[in-house]
Design a protein around this ligand. Structure first.
Ligand SMILES: [Zn+2]
Ligand SMILES: [Zn+2]
Length: 389
């Protein structure tokens, strides 16, 4: 039985289990071995030839020791089209519960009680919205193909599932679910995963902008500090796509070398030259993504498999977002409707310090029609995590 890792021991959230990560292996070699050993029809995208229904029935009857009439009756009753309770071309009504069915099915009675409770007591249905969203993300790309044949993935392509956790600097979010779960292809570059990770730190704007609010968007951290690295099994993969990128791992490697601290010899490589098939990793093991100097996210590969015909086959849709943690957003203090984009201090117009505003309310309250600053206040751009919901 795997032991739950205490959160205080190593910073790994409690839903990670000890001793369940795999041993280290080379991703590309794993794919090659799979393709050598598996019969091609297992990972082929061709639809399998259906057994004729008579043949299927005969095999089923023999296996279950049933006579022909019973098999025929079962296959008539269990046909796919008998399962549909709404006409072809119409979407099902999942809200109305038929009253006559309440006596016979207790699941419907429970559902009806919950439905009534929601209608009477909850004014904002957060749970429902969240559930819907998760469902949409999971299903929106199933079996999708690109119209351009070159954009479709090839048979035997690897699909890796990756969990990206909240950065370690947010103590408050240490216990929650992974921030993002994405699927990425073995042939894709590490930089493609990097670009798919959304983090508040990338959108921070440092500075006070009460005199020049229009200049704020030009100071997004992402555009100024482009360096980042992944750490996978003894190798630092640095993003060096842009001339201003620095190798952030150099300081760490120099530190490990100094005073013979007893660390293994680390290697370096470039993120933009490395595909996931080039990696050596352990599945289930916490690795690191670091950007903006010290914003550190734990990254865990939870699954590696060959692509299936039902997967999204459009290469351009990968990295494919599968799940995203949904957070409550901080709303504007004035309209209570839009997500806050400004925070003010020492604000003569505000009822609180600090006070949060959306862009429209902030400008209407603090500037005249010509854009001149009114009153005294300090204004800082604010990035809410709810922006990524
Ligand atoms: Zn971050
Ligand atoms: Zn507002």
């Amino acid at each position: 039985m795997a032991q739950v890792v205490a959160e205080s021991d190593c910073g790994i959230p409690a839903y990670e289990y000890q001793d369940i990560n795999s041993t280290v292996f080379h991703v590309g070699t794993l794919a090659k071995l799979w393709k050598e050993r598996l019969p091609a029809d297992v990972y082929s995208f061709e639809e399998p030839a259906e057994d004729s229904s008579a043949q299927h029935d005969a095999v089923f009857g023999a296996e279950m020791a049933l006579n022909c009439e019973t098999v025929e009756e079962i296959s008539t009753l269990c046909r796919l089209d008998t399962l549909k309770c709404y006409p072809e071309g119409e979407s099902p009504d999942v809200e109305t519960i038929p009253m006559d069915a309440l006596d016979s099915l207790s699941s419907l009675r429970i559902r009806k009680t919950k439905q009534d409770y929601r209608e009477q007591t909850i004014s904002k249905d957060y749970l429902g919205r969240h559930e819907n969203y998760v469902h949409e993300l999971e299903s929106h790309a199933l079996g999708k193909k690109s119209t351009n044949p070159e954009d479709n993935i090839e048979e035997g392509e690897l699909v890796l599932t990756v969990n990206i956790l909240y950065p370690a600097i947010f103590q408050v979010r240490k216990r929650v679910k992974p921030h993002q779960t994405v699927m990425i292809l073995g042939s894709q570059k590490l930089t493609q995963l990097r670009d798919a990770i959304c983090c508040q730190s990338d959108y921070q704007i440092t500075g006070e902008f009460s005199n020049t609010p229009d200049l704020a968007p030009e100071h997004i951290s992402k555009d100024h500090f482009k360096s980042a690295f992944f750490y996978f099994d003894g190798v630092f993969y640095s993003d060096m796509r842009f001339p201003e990128c620095r190798d952030l791992s150099k300081t760490i490697i120099d530190w490990t070398k100094s005073n013979e601290r007893g660390y293994e010899k680390f290697q370096t490589a470039r993120m933009e030259n490395t595909t996931f098939c080039n990696l050596k990793i352990k599945v289930g093991y916490p690795y690191l993504y670091c950007h903006q100097g010290d914003c550190e996210h734990v990254v865990i590969f939870t699954d590696i498999r060959l692509a299936h015909r039902d997967d999204c086959r459009d290469k351009t849709m990968y990295p494919l977002l599968m799940r995203k943690h949904w957070v409550l957003s901080r709303k504007c203090f004035v309209c209570k409707m839009y997500i806050a984009r400004w925070v003010t201090n020492q604000d003569s117009f505000a009822p609180a310090d600090p006070c949060f505003f959306c862009d429209t309310c902030f400008r209407m309250l603090h500037y005249d029609k010509q854009g001149n600053k009114l009153g005294e206040f300090l204004a800082f751009p604010y990035v809410d995590l709810g922006t990524f919901n």
